[in-house]
Design a protein around this ligand. Structure first.
Ligand code: ATP
Ligand code: MG
Length: 449
């Protein structure tokens, strides 16, 4: 049989009211059935057992009272009454007194939530012909019953246990205490289980942002959570190995190429200057630029540590450099903008975006801010030709250049955006391209935290 997911069993309207956190949900799963069960048990106990016992007791007491009243009516007189009182005291635990010349007060309708009053009143009504009055409130352990007799009012006091089953409040109290105790124990245990999952989530999040915690993450908790944690750890190790391999390969290739390139440059510097040597020198410069980019790309996620950085200062530096290279750059940054980033990597990423913008447009605007949704946002706008939306993904691909044929002689490897994306993702963030209000391309680096 296929197990249907719970989501299908819970109506959509109800789902909005259900708690979102695992802790609250687990607690609900444990406590709710117990609370319902205790409610039902209490209800049944009240309805069946307690009511039956109380009405049985009330009936017995009412019978005794009726017997006393009738015996007194049959043989009134102080001597007979004294004997009756003595017998009642001894055999029925009832105390009997006669108050001559009085009458019983008007009976109040019994309160809705006093089933005990109702049971006793109903029983007395059934047994007694004379008017009566029950005082259930004045004494803690006694009930006073007054019955109208021909020569006055008979006051009969009965111990409370004779009329009511007194265990009900204690029963409810124990039910409540048991529920509270169970909830407390459940909270303790669930908190531990949830903490294991929270720790795993935090470790995965930190890894996504490239932050290595002070102490290595150790799987703990229930078996399934430990399995998930173990899977995460081996995935992390695989990714790290993969990155390392790539880095080492690219770095060694670039490094090996650099030595003959330097020799060639030396040769060319010593050669007779001519058009051909100039062209070769230009080609060599371009090759050197490419190798530098490869190296940067390879270094991308390498060892740099995340540190508390003055982002505003970093952006100012980048814009100053770009201006020195001849670009028109405006900078709008919240003063004192800081963040936990890898400063060199972030500088490389923003440098690339600014270089792209400066290479394609006349005006460049750099903005750094903390949006209300949280995180850190660095946007580079330009008024150049931009990139059509369907080419955005292609522009991010390493070694892809979109410039049409007339621009193909621009120097560039096609790694700029790929590096920017690498850096952003290494921080757990992303780079977004869109249309700028200036008319050209808007590239946004959005980082969490
Ligand atoms: N601001 C921009 N305006 C218009 N087109 C752009 C802009 N930025 C990038 N592009 C296009 O996207 C392509 C990829 O950019 P990317 O930065 O990855 O490589 P590149 O600039 O060609 O080379 P590199 O940055 O490695 O020197 C570029 O070739 C260019 O066609
Ligand atoms: Mg570029």
């Amino acid at each position: 049989m296929k197990i249907r997911p719970l989501r299908m069993l819970v109506p959509r309207g109800l789902k909005r009211w259900l708690p979102q956190s695992l802790f609250a949900r687990t607690l609900l799963i444990i406590v709710l059935p117990v609370a319902i069960m205790q409610g039902v048990v209490t209800w049944i106990f009240f309805d069946q057992h307690w009511q039956t016992v109380t009405s049985g007791l009330s009936d017995g007491l009412a019978g005794d009272v009726a017997w006393i009243a009738q015996t007194h009516e049959a043989n009134p007189g102080p001597a007979n009454l004294a004997r009756l009182a003595e017998r009642a005291e001894k055999t029925l635990s009832l105390s009997v007194k006669l108050v001559p010349g009085k009458t019983v007060p008007e009976r109040r309708p019994s309160a809705l939530f006093a089933p005990e009053d109702r049971a006793l009143n109903a029983a007395l009504e059934r047994r007694l012909d004379a008017p009566f009055w029950v005082d259930n409130r004045s004494y803690n352990s006694w009930i006073g019953i007054r019955v109208l007799a021909s020569d006055g009012v008979l006051k009969i006091y009965a111990p409370r246990e004779r009329a009511f089953a007194t265990s009900a409040p204690i029963f409810i109290l124990w039910m409540a205490v048991a529920t509270l105790l169970l909830t407390a124990i459940a909270i303790l245990f669930i908190r531990n289980q949830v903490r294991a999952i929270e720790r795993l989530a935090a470790a995965a999040d930190a890894f996504g942002r490239g932050i290595e915690g002070p102490e290595p993450f150790k799987p703990y908790g229930a078996r399934e959570v430990r399995q998930a944690a173990q899977a995460f750890l081996s995935m992390k190790a695989r990714i790290q190995r993969h990155i390392e391999q790539r880095t080492v390969l690219l770095a060694s290739v670039s490094h090996d190429l650099r030595t003959p390139l330097t020799r060639l440059k030396l040769e060319m510097a010593l050669a007779e200057p001519s058009d051909r040597t100039e062209a070769i020198k230009r080609d060599l410069a371009e090759m050197e630029h490419m190798i530098d980019e490869y190296l940067e790309f390879a270094r991308g996620e390498g060892g740099e540590a995340v540190e508390f950085t003055d982002v505003a200062g970093l952006l100012t530096l980048i814009c100053d450099d770009a201006r020195r290279a001849g670009a028109t750059v405006e900078l709008a940054v919240d003063a004192g903008l800081t963040g936990e980033v890898r400063p060199n990597a972030l500088k490389r990423a923003v440098d690339n975006l600014v270089a792209n913008a400066a290479g394609h447009a006349d005006r460049v605007r750099v903005t750094g801010s903390r949006p209300s949704a949280g995180g850190l946002e660095i946007a580079v706008d330009d008024d150049g030709p931009g990139i059509p939306a369907d080419k955005h993904e292609e522009a991010f691909k390493p070694f892809s250049r979109l410039d049409d044929s007339r621009n193909q002689n621009r120097k560039g490897v096609g790694l700029g955006l790929a590096i920017a994306r690498d850096v952003a993702r290494g921080h757990g963030g992303e780079v977004f391209l869109s249309r700028s209000t200036l008319g050209g391309l808007k590239a946004v680096i959005r980082l969490p935290g």
